[in-house]
Structures are given as C-alpha cells and as structure tokens.
Design a protein. Structure first.
Lengths: 418, 256
C-alpha cells in the first residue's frame, strides 16, 4: 500500500526512534525520582524518631525534709531523684548496679527536677510523680533500635537494665513527647540532651555575614562588568576567571580562608565572621554569574529608551535595567546562599568543627554550623546520634527547600514580560 | 542643499566605520528646522547609522568609529566638551519597535522630565504629561488608565506613548527609526498624521523603508545607497524628477 499518508518503512523507523527516545527520557526521570524518594525515605524514617523523646514518670519525695519551701533553690535535687530511684527499685544495692540505675535517667535529671519545682513551687512539700527525660539507651530501646535478642555483651544495655525499663513500662510510667529540647539545646556529649540550636544560630550568623559581604560586592561587580566595563581582553579574562572560580572545590576556599582570614588578618578561629567570609568567597562567583545573566536578559531596547531620553548610564541601569533584573539576581543569590548553607568542607578548615555547646550570640564567638553538626554527629559512637544525624539533615533540608521555594516564588511574583 | 528654512542640523564629511567596514562615506546633509526629513534607501545603506550619529547612539557600539562633523544649532556635537547626556536631551529618539518602560503610562512620560528636573511640582509634571500625551494624540485613549502598565496598550498606542515620552523633554530634534515598521496600516496612518502635526514644534528626521510614507510625511528626502548620500532635496522633486539614475531606479522599484 503506497497511499500518500500511509506508513513507509522509513517513516516507521523514524517513529520508532522517536518513541524509543521518549521512553529513555521517562526512564531517566523515573530513575532520578526513585533515588530522591529513596534518599528522602531513608532520612525521614531514620530521623523522625529524634523529634520525639521518652520520659520516665518517677514519684519523688519533695517533703520538707528534702526541700525548704522558703528556699527551694538550696535543695539537693540530685539526692532527691536518686533516692526516688532507689526507693522504686529497693532490690538494687551494689554501687555498680546503682550507677547503672541512675544512668536510666538523662544526665540533667536534677536540673529537670529543679525546673519542675521552680515552675510550680506548690508541689514542694508533697510526694509527686514527675516526668524525667530517659537516657538515650532507654529511649533507643523503646524505639526498637536496640535488639533485645542479641547477646547481652553485644548490646549497650544489660538484661537488668532492660528489666528496669520493662518495670516502668508495666506500670504505665513511660511517656513519649515532642522533643523540644532538640531545638532548644546546643550540642552535648549526652545524646538525650544534644540539640541543634547552637548549630542553627551558628549557621544563621554565618549566612548573615556571607550575605552582607557577597550580595553587595557581587551585585556591584556584575552591574559594572555587564553595563559599564569596556569589552576587551581584560574583561574577557575576568569573565573566564569568575566562571572558573565558581567551579573551584570548596575545600580550596577553606584553605584560602584559613591562610588569609585566620593567619594573615587574625580573625577569631571558629567564628561565624571567618566562616561567613570564606563562604562568601564561594558564593560570590555564583551570584555574579546569575546576576550578569539576568542583566543580559533585559532587552537592550530598555537601555536605549532610557539613554535616548538623556538618562545617564547609571540612571538607565538603576532606574530601568537593574529593577528588571532583580528577580533573577535574587534567585541567584538565594541559590548561592542555599549552597553556602549546605557547605561543610571550608568550615572544617577554619575550625568551625569544634564541639560547641553554647549558642553563639555574636559573629566573633566560636560557633559551628548545621552541616558541620551533622558531620560531627555522624561520627559519634552512640546509637542515639544516628537518629539525631538524620533529624538534623531533615532540618537542613527543610531550610534548603524553603530557600529554593522562596527563589521560585520571587521569580514568579516579580517576573515581568517585555 | 535645497532647504527653504534655516538648517538645524548640518552634517559634513561624515564617515563611520564599524571595525574594518566603512558604513558611511563623506555624508554632507542639511536638515531644516521644523520640517520632516526622511532618509530612504535599501537595507544596509547606512541611513539608520546616520540617524544614530545625530544623537550619538552609535557611541554605544564599541566597534563604531566616527569622523567628520555634525552641528546642531551651530554646535559641533562631536566636540570633546559635549556631554552626550545633554545632547540626547535635545535630540530625542523613537525606535523601530515600541519600547515603553515596563511601568505605568504616566511614569513612562514623566521619566524624562523627572531626570532632567523639568517640572517644579507634581501639578507641573501632571500638566507636562498631559501636554505630551495630547501632542502624541494618545490623551483621550489613556486619560483614565494613566496608572495602568504601559505594556497593556496596543502596539500603535505604545509607539505613540514612546513619542509622547520623547517630546515630554521638549527636544529640538526628534529622530524616528522606522517608527511604523512594527505597526499595522491603521496605526501607521495615525502615527503619520501625528508626525505631520509634530513638525509645528519639532524638527523631525525619520528613517523609513516605505517610499509612500516618505512622500506622505516628509518635506525633504535624502536617498542613501551603499553608504553614500546619493541625492537629497525637496520630497516632491525627489519623487517626481530625481536627478540621479540610482534614485530613479530605487523609487521606481528597480533596485532595493
């Protein structure tokens, strides 16, 4: 059959090639989505637990012999909760066993107890049942992360400790609650106390420095290069170098920062100031490239219109060209900042990897950053830090998603058609 | 050169090179005050290049090099002490494609007066905007939508807005680079009427591809060919009795 619109073998082959190509494309998209889904699933399933923590309910004796109602701050809270534990398990007597028993509660049990009393002084003088943060091992056992069936010397809890936990469980004295402490505490050697506030604050201050340095410098560089600089060999050379800088591995910027900011200028080690400066070295080329691209995308007719009216080049740029390029510039900036937020290696080089418990409140104090905190926790031996690591990754991802969404919304919102 | 009025623009020995290529050869042309001069010729003949020399827009092209002399009202605009910004305030330009700023209608017209400080008060500025829009024949269509985006206007309205924007700074000369080539015949007719009215106040130089347009709107016509000014004179003379054979061939459609 050789009708005009019938399929010839050649036509059939071309159609088959087209179909095949489309399926390759779909396959590629499916594969990348599958990787993403697997990554998100493993992080979320691993990290969600860290947002919840376990409390053990323990009846403590806050009688007048233990607490002076006039001066509750002077009481020996450690003795109070330890006595309560001893009373709860009277069969425990040896020093070694007692130490294990006290280890059932979090390392800050006396402060928790004191906080309870301070929050509600009326409970002083009575026997009350109060929630105490369980230790990380107890928490892990209850979350199913410690295998009861494994041999006793192969797991972090002894049979006796497991029996104690079961005792609490049988009495209904175990409570799960949202782990606010994860967001309000700094890092700690004790997993049940460790939180990300210090790292978040460090990241925030570092980003602040990074933004304040890189944004104005990058915008001025981009506007000058795109709108004013003569196009010659030198500007070509600068362009090539900026593009190369964007591809330099971040660890190199870290070394540069170590040498320049810490050794030469003597900035404080581990400080958000030094970290922000190093990250801004990295962010600068990204923002410059994005800003130049969006300036170039503004039609020349806009410049001509302004110049033709007798606007000076600076007026044409700042009244007309730059506002039109702004959404693109901001998008590039946010993408650059998001990159910087997730950056670890250069911060390691300038000492932001230190163990920081206190929340930094200036850019000169030692601090750590969220990705570095993840790096530190991933390295920690306790089982509970595995969960914390994933939880911190979730927090970091949420921030990155928010920043990228902001970039997309900005672009949608302010994009002008010419 | 065949002008009944005083020339406002006088060009002498104008050579323009783009890198190694010469685009204009020894152009000498007088452009009279408050008349319309049209520059015609086939594509690539240099008429737009010459137009852009008059407000030094060619300065923006890195490879362009200018030799010769152009004076406006007796002042050499290529003299070293001339400020191009001041020059462009006196020599406005309307482009081929309507290019309003992506702002409101009002802001488009008010921009020039604002940067040059032409209005003392808001009322002054309002008056100037209205005057410009009226001159451009756009006032009745946009008086209720002054704060709406200029890009919402039709192509013809946008081009008239660009004309209003140009005359708002009250330049001596208005250059128009094929102002109707992106418009339909109805919009083109409106702009042509407008050009005819504007010559009461402004000296106008217009580049056009349409010989009918040149004959309709201009009093003077200059014919460019291959970078050379072949012939210039009163429009009716050029179209009825051209002196040069190339002009004859072009206006009768034999070359182009």
């Amino acid at each position: 059959m050789t009708s005009l619109i019938g399929q010839t073998p050649d036509m059939r082959r071309r159609r088959a090639a087209e179909t095949r190509f489309q399926w390759y494309g779909r396959g590629a998209i499916f594969a990348s989505l599958a990787f993403l889904a697997f990554m998100l699933w493993s992080i979320i399933s691993g990290g969600l637990g860290a947002f919840f923590t376990t409390d053990l309910m323990l009846e403590v004796d806050l009688g007048v012999q233990n607490i002076d109602p006039e001066n509750p701050a002077a009481a020996n809270y450690r003795a109070i909760w330890r006595d309560a534990m001893k009373e709860h398990f009277p069969e425990v007597t040896t020093r070694k066993e007692l130490r294990a028993l006290y280890g059932m509660l979090g390392a800050d049990a006396e402060y928790e107890l004191e906080a309870h009393v301070m929050a509600d002084p009326a409970i002083a003088g009575r026997k009350v049942k109060l929630p105490f943060r369980a230790s990380d091992e107890v928490d892990m056992l209850l979350k199913g992360n410690i295998d009861r069936a494994s041999p006793e010397d192969g797991r972090p809890m002894t049979d006796q400790e497991i029996a104690w936990v079961d005792h609490f469980a049988a009495a209904g004295d175990i409570e799960r609650r949202f782990a606010w402490s994860f967001f309000t505490n700094g890092d700690s050697r004790e997993p049940e106390l460790a939180g990300i506030l210090a790292a978040l604050a460090g990241s925030f201050l570092t980003m602040l420095v990074c933004f304040c340095v890189s944004f104005p410098v990058a915008i001025l560089a981009a506007i000058y290069l795109e709108e004013f600089a003569p196009k010659n060999r030198l500007s070509d050379l600068i362009e090539v170098n900026i593009n190369n800088l964007a591809a330099v591995p971040s660890i190199v910027f870290g070394l540069l920062g170590l040498y320049m900011f810490l050794n030469t200028f003597g900035l404080p080690r581990s400080s958000p100031l030094a970290g922000g400066l190093v990250l801004s070295l990295m962010t600068l080329p990204t923002i410059i490239i994005a800003a130049r691209a969006s300036l170039r995308a503004v039609p020349p007719s806009i410049r001509e219109a302004a110049l033709g009216l007798g606007a000076t080049p600076v007026q044409a740029t700042f009244h007309h060209v730059a506002p039109l390029a702004l959404p693109g510039i901001l998008t590039g900036t946010i993408v650059g900042m998001a990159q910087a937020l997730g950056e670890t290696a250069p911060l390691l080089m300038i000492g932001m990897v230190a163990f920081i418990v206190d929340v930094p409140d200036s850019i000169l104090e030692p601090a750590t950053a969220l990705p570095v905190q993840i790096f530190l926790w991933a390295d920690a031996p306790q089982r509970a830090f595995v969960e914390k690591t994933s939880a911190a990754i979730i927090v970091l991802l949420i921030f990155l998603i928010i920043m990228n969404l902001a970039a997309i919304l900005l672009r949608r919102r302010f994009e002008k058609r010419f | 050169m065949a002008g009944t009025r005083e020339p406002v623009i006088v060009a002498r020995d104008v050579n323009v090179h783009y890198a190694d290529k010469q685009a204009l050869f020894k152009i000498a042309l007088d452009i009279p005050e408050k008349e319309v001069t049209s520059l015609i010729g086939p594509s690539g003949c240099g008429k737009s290049t010459f137009l852009r020399c008059i407000n030094r827009m060619n300065d923006l092209v890195d490879s362009a090099r200018f030799e010769g002399q152009i004076t406006i009202a007796g002042q050499n605009i290529y003299a070293p002490d001339v400020d191009v910004v001041a020059l462009r305030r006196e020599v406005g330009m309307v482009f081929q494609k309507p290019n309003p700023f992506p702002k409101s209608v009002y802001d488009n017209v008010a921009y020039g007066p604002k940067i040059h400080g032409l209005a003392q008060s808001k009322a002054d500025l309002d008056g100037l905007v209205q005057w410009s829009l009226e001159k451009a024949g756009l006032w009745d269509e946009v008086r209720d939508r002054l704060n709406e985006p200029a890009l919402g206007l039709s192509g013809g309205q946008q081009q008239r807005l660009c004309i209003a924007r140009t005359i708002a700074v009250k330049p001596k000369v208005v250059l128009m680079d094929e102002p109707c080539s992106a418009l339909d015949p109805v919009a083109t007719a409106r702009i042509e009427d407008l050009i005819d009215e504007l010559r009461q106040n402004f000296s106008i130089v217009i580049v056009t591809h349409s010989m009918q347009q040149a004959s309709r709107v201009s009093q003077l016509t200059a014919f460019f060919h291959l970078g050379k000014l072949v012939e210039a004179g009163r429009t009716k003379n050029i179209f009825t009795s051209p002196q040069d054979e190339r002009t004859q061939n072009y206006i009768t459609g034999r070359i182009g």
